[in-house]
Write a protein that binds this ligand. Structure first.
Ligand SMILES: [Zn+2]
Length: 114
């Protein structure tokens, strides 16, 4: 690789695209937003907070289905907002870490999430 790619922060195609949170898994949408141990802890804390039991789905599509149908929770209208808002918060925290070097603690993310 010549120096141009590095100057533009472009990684060579053979470079593994590791997750910024755990540096273990490939940074796929499913890994980053729901399966990474960092994200998993966010969901776990959220479920604990709401006193619900939930099996993390295998994909973001299945996740969307679960949340859209309210997961059987009476306050499902409000609950429907929490899933997408948490996804958005995880994504923003990831970008803040990658582009600004700011690491957000999981507990802070849960507190600022509506
Ligand atoms: Zn990860």
């Amino acid at each position: 690789m010549n120096g141009n790619g590095l100057k533009r922060n472009i990684l060579p195609s053979t470079h593994p695209n590791f997750c910024v949170w755990c540096l273990e898994g490939e940074e796929t949408v499913n890994h980053l937003l729901i399966h990474c141990k960092w994200a998993f802890k966010v969901w776990s804390d959220l479920c604990k907070w709401w006193n619900i039991v939930w099996v993390i789905p295998g994909s973001i599509e299945a996740f969307s289905f679960d949340w859209y149908y309210g997961m059987g929770i009476k306050a499902s209208k409000f609950w429907k907002l929490i899933g997408p808002a948490t996804i958005w918060a995880i994504w923003l925290a990831r970008n803040d870490f990658v582009f600004n070097g700011k690491f957000m603690c999981r507990s802070v993310l849960i507190q600022i999430n509506p």
